[in-house]
Design a binder for this molecule. Structure first.
Ligand SMILES: [Zn+2]
Length: 556
């Protein structure tokens, strides 16, 4: 108990000093912010309307491109037609494969797309959802890599112009008609040619690589062992007061890539954070981790640049323990997103899946403060976006300059925003008008309720801290202080007894599940309340009424 009280004190202090629980505006003092007219409109909109559900995106700034790797030497591509042709001749000169016809032909293309705008980036990802798009060239070495290197930016491009996307496609790929592209090199990739013996593919690959690098071509694949890249991805949790504080926790469901030049293969981490890619390699590979998957992108701030973790170039396993740096930020965001889409959510509606007619969620990880004054928000237009901010409006770091503090608060903020995403999906399936006319206090109460409930198994002490919450935290923004949902699920709070002077009252407490509360979701406060009261005995219905009345007046 003592610990919890201590914990609460620390937390209240945090809330007071930094001014956040989930996505609420910090006190919206317009004068203190350097606003343009455009921003001012947004402020007015936010004040009157939907809370941390926003319909304006934060502006792009040069700081959104911080963290770019520097390109080193150009890699000579082994799989050019010329190199492969020469490799084939070398093998024939040695009398090998007399029965096989010359297999060298164009079977792949190394290309880059040149989208001119965010819309074209979207168009491209909608055109071919399976295409691996790399925002960095594959035929360059990277200069020494640090954890802060999370992307590549071609700084000769204007601020608003997206990076080119590099990839390798089939030789007969049908390109989208509206997006400019360039073929950098025609390729023969022997390991993609199913018509030749595997050992021939290995030998062609090896000899061509040696030709490209200007080395001796005597070596054959028998003397060079193949190996399968694998490893483990974990992050140190920095969640003060929680059982996992200071511990290494696995990063589950993350896509890890092993790449050697233009050849790559993916693995996905399991519940222990362990991965193994699907192809064998010879010699060393570049390990990297893509903080995106089929359902979402983690994006750098307001740009369209996807966040990566560029790991080591090596032969052998990659056992990565992320501790601090921007990568801790991404890892925690990934954990929250993974939980929202695939983890325990007690049967409520998931955020919208990436399916025809809908895009991936854009999770914008900002290193700066929100100009709208939030610590996180949900962008309601398509493509939907969740923004999290590393700094409070006054410039204080919310999660530490090195992203090694308050991980539980970051997680909880994410669950709140994904709560909005989940409700948006609920109303898509049900009635879009309901979303448009959603009462601000209903939206915020539900998102807050989801966050409190979903963090239960991840951060039990933070969950339990909220169960005792009964105060008005934001006089100016009572929408955010409604904890009606946790009262309906956990009427006894932390078993401290709700009202010791009135045992009869306690006997009549309602106890719903999260799913039951969602099932009767209304778009107005009174509709939701009345739906919940339906069919209950009077005393219990009165209890529902009492909780709704309490939370709508707590800040009066
Ligand atoms: Zn919210």
């Amino acid at each position: 108990m003592k610990n919890r009280r201590m914990f609460s004190k620390v937390l209240v202090l945090l809330i007071v000093t930094l001014g956040f629980t989930a996505c609420e505006n910090e006190s919206l003092n317009n004068e203190s912010i350097n606003t343009t007219d455009k921003t001012q409109v947004a402020f007015d909109h936010e004040q009157d309307d939907m809370g941390c559900i926003v319909s304006q995106e934060e502006p792009l700034t040069p700081s959104d491109y911080e963290g770019s790797i520097t390109l080193g030497n150009e890699i000579k591509i082994p799989q050019t037609i010329e190199n492969m042709q020469r490799a084939w001749e070398k093998l024939r000169d040695r009398g090998l494969y007399p029965e096989v016809e010359n297999p060298v032909k164009v079977n792949r293309l190394y290309v880059r797309f040149l989208p001119k705008s965010q819309n074209q980036v979207l168009e491209l990802s909608r055109y071919d959802k399976a295409l691996d798009l790399f925002g960095f060239p594959l035929h360059y070495e990277f200069e020494s890599i640090t954890d802060e290197n999370d992307s590549y930016r071609d700084r000769t491009l204007p601020l608003e112009t997206p990076n080119p996307f590099y990839t390798v496609v089939n030789h007969d790929y049908i390109f989208p008609s509206s997006i400019p592209y360039e073929i950098i090199e025609e390729l023969y990739m022997p390991d993609e040619d199913r018509t030749i013996p595997p050992d021939l593919a290995d030998n062609l690959e090896l000899v061509a690589e040696n030709i490209a690098e200007g080395k001796s071509t005597d070596e054959l694949s028998k003397t060079s062992k193949k190996w399968r890249p694998e490893g483990r991805i974990r992050v140190v949790d920095h969640a003060q007061g929680e059982p996992t504080d200071g511990m290494a926790v696995p990063v589950k469901g993350v896509q890890v890539m092993a790449r050697r030049g233009l050849k790559w293969s993916w693995g996905i981490t399991d519940e222990y954070g362990v991965f193994r890619v699907k192809k064998d390699f010879k010699k060393e590979v570049n390990y990297s981790l893509r903080w995106s998957n089929h359902e979402w992108y983690i994006i750098k701030g307001s740009s369209v640049t996807r966040a990566w973790y560029f790991g080591p170039k090596k032969e052998g396993e990659w056992d990565s323990l992320i501790d601090g740096s921007i990568q801790s930020y991404y890892a925690q965001i990934h954990r929250g997103a993974y939980h929202s889409y695939y983890g325990e959510n007690y049967g409520i509606t998931r955020p919208m899946h990436n399916k025809p007619g809908n895009d991936r969620m854009w999770i914008r990880a900002h290193k700066k403060a929100s100009i709208l004054g939030y610590v996180a928000h949900f962008y309601e237009n398509v493509p939907h976006a969740i923004s999290v901010f590393a700094k409070a409006k006054g410039g204080e770091w919310l999660y530490g300059e090195n992203f090694d503090e308050n991980h539980h608060i970051l997680y909880s903020s994410l669950m709140h925003e994904f709560g909005h995403a989940s409700q948006r999906n609920l109303f898509y399936m049900d009635n879009q008008l309901k979303w448009k006319n959603l009462d601000r206090i209903v939206g915020e109460s539900w998102a807050t309720g989801i966050a409190v409930e979903l963090i239960k198994e991840v951060y039990p002490n933070y969950h339990s801290y909220f169960l005792d919450w009964s105060e008005c935290a934001y006089v100016d923004n009572p929408y955010y202080t409604s904890y009606v949902v946790k009262d309906l699920i956990h009427p006894n709070g932390n078993d401290d007894g709700f009202d010791p002077n009135n045992p009869q009252y306690e006997a009549n407490l309602v106890e719903f599940t999260l799913k039951e509360i969602e099932d009767v979701m209304g778009h107005t406060w009174s509709e939701w309340r009345e739906n919940l009261k339906q069919g209950l005995p009077k005393a219990k219905a009165d209890n529902v009424q009492d909780r709704f009345d309490y939370w709508i007046t707590v800040c009066d």
